[in-house]
Design a protein around this ligand. Structure first.
Ligand code: ATP
Ligand code: MG
Ligand code: MG
Ligand code: MG
Length: 483
């Protein structure tokens, strides 16, 4: 039978260990040396300074299974969750890294060997991409030839542009072309392009027919100043990232990450609580809960607490979305911590910090849900009334003032209000909402007394449970660079 996700994770790390890579533990989701980055969103984040040469390690090859969250900043997949089969807020990125050691030839050979031999994926279903050359940077003929030498049919090596196949750490610093490996899941999968009568864009398409499983970044240039020409790096480096959930889905012959063993256990718990089986059709709410429970478990155990700003607010929005989906499914009692507990049970072997933080994580989840549930029904009623008024007036957008009132008085994050309105064919005036927020910030610097009281509760909780190693977090997260 097919490999489990745990077996795939282990096989990957062992494959690269056997090829001289140091197995390095995942870094926390809160980046340790990068205040500009909201959450760790790629395997390379913990190695940034090693790539730029600012930091030295006693190894030049590394392999990791990195905890990632993409729910804010440059990579924000939050709105896709539950609706695409391949995007999560929290996911694990498998990676191999070369710090000025090997380059394209080895990186390509390793990846192809792992995918076709170790995992045994059929070559007929694979395609790869190379950088097509744009904006004065030459196309990656070298990578093209290297893939061809591995036995990839030439018509399965596709040339893509800057957006998908060029990577840069930031306006300055290392950068270079990429190659992505894609897996053909089938042309019977719905594609919005095809539905609109246009041809499906294949590997370049946003649909699930061709699934991107692995991205290989070839760091071979450096930019000294913004918009300055690229200079070749004397010792080029390698950074790769493969999503474990996606690899598991193709290895296990599933078309959705949610049908892999990584999610079946969690969905099992959700469906038990709801008293209905999980199905692909109509299962979006259960998928959102399953996804968000993983994000909550890992974020809280890495020191993020729900709050009204920065990272804490992203976490709060994730948790409240999940709780509201539970309520849609008829769950009237506090339930979210039970799903999170299942996540902890399933994932603690790979990530022992979950087990260590369990009591605290569950308390934070329970408390957040109790708080939100006190106002959930009344907030929903307010939205219903708002919609009735909009209908009467022949309007479509709930005013910024009302979105702000829901935020302040009922704890409805703006994006949650927007989702609920959109589900019913209406929308939220977010420009108006942000204007209200600015007014409030001027008045009393974001997060009034109610919010302070809540964060005190969490601090008390942390002290009571003796979580002293609890990581704090400073300031607000801004958009930063990741992979
Ligand atoms: P996509 O185009 O599908 O959004 P990406 O190009 O943004 O993916 P990369 O930044 O190249 O992704 O990340 C490396 C790998 O991590 C991807 O090839 C994919 O396997 C995985 N990955 C990226 N984003 C997610 C996500 N939100 N959930 C699960 N896996 C992901
Ligand atoms: Mg993406
Ligand atoms: Mg991509
Ligand atoms: Mg990619």
């Amino acid at each position: 039978s097919a490999l489990t996700a745990s077996q795939i994770r282990e096989a990957f790390l062992q494959f690269f260990e056997a090829r001289g890579h140091r197995r390095v533990a995942s870094s926390p989701l809160v980046p340790q040396n990068d205040p500009t980055l909201l959450f760790t969103n790629a395997g390379m984040v913990q190695f940034k300074d090693v790539f730029t040469g600012r930091e030295k390690r006693d190894y030049s090859r590394a392999t990791t299974s990195q905890k990632c969250v993409r729910a804010g900043g440059k990579h924000n997949d939050l709105d896709n969750v539950g609706y695409t089969a391949r995007h999560h807020t929290f996911f694990e990125m498998l990676g191999n890294f070369s710090f000025g050691d090997y380059f394209k030839a080895e990186a390509i050979a390793y990846a192809w060997e792992f995918v076709t031999r170790t995992l045994g994926l059929p070559i007929e279903r694979l395609a790869v991409t190379v950088f097509n050359g744009e904006q004065g940077v030459p196309w990656d003929a070298e990578a093209f030839e290297l893939w061809a030498q591995q036995g990839v049919p030439r018509d399965r090596i596709l040339k893509l542009g800057y957006k998908d196949n060029f990577w840069a750490m930031g306006d300055t610093g290392p950068c270079g072309p990429c190659s992505e490996i894609h897996y053909h899941q089938g042309d019977d999968i719905p594609c919005s392009e095809a539905a609109a009568g246009r041809p499906c864009q294949g590997v370049a398409c946003d649909c699930d027919r061709w699934l991107e499983i692995w991205n290989l970044v070839f760091m071979q240039f450096e930019r000294k100043e913004k918009d300055a020409p690229l200079i070749p790096l004397p010792k080029p480096s390698i950074d790769t990232g493969a999503g474990l959930e996606r690899i598991a889905s193709v290895v296990q012959g599933k078309r959705s990450n949610y049908d892999t063993d990584l999610f079946q256990g969690i969905l099992g718990t959700v469906s038990e609580l709801v008293g209905k089986p999980y199905t692909q059709e109509g299962g979006a709410s259960m998928r959102v809960i399953a996804d968000h429970s993983r994000a909550a478990a890992f974020l809280i155990s890495d020191g993020v607490q729900p709050s009204n700003e920065g990272r804490g607010y992203v976490l709060r929005r994730i948790m409240r979305r999940a709780i509201r989906h539970g309520s849609l499914l008829g769950l009237e009692d506090v339930f979210f911590f039970k799903v999170v507990d299942r996540v902890i049970g399933l994932m603690s072997d790979a990530y022992p910090e979950l087990r260590e933080g369990r009591t605290f994580v569950l308390e934070v989840c329970r408390h957040e849900e109790e708080t939100f549930r006190r106002t959930l029904d009344r907030g929903m009623k307010l939205i219903d009334e708002g919609i009735a008024k909009l209908k009467q007036a022949g309007e479509t957008k709930l005013s910024g003032a009302e979105v702000f009132y829901l935020h302040g008085t009922y704890g409805f994050p703006w994006d949650l209000t927007q989702i609920i309105l959109r589900e019913r064919g209406f929308d939220a005036d977010l420009d108006g909402f942000w204007k209200e927020m600015e007014k409030e910030a001027d008045k009393n610097k974001f997060g009034g007394s109610g919010e302070k009281a809540i964060s005190t509760v969490y601090q008390t909780l942390a002290e009571r449970l003796g979580t002293s190693e609890f990581l704090g977090y400073e300031g607000e997260g801004h958009e930063g660079e990741g992979s």
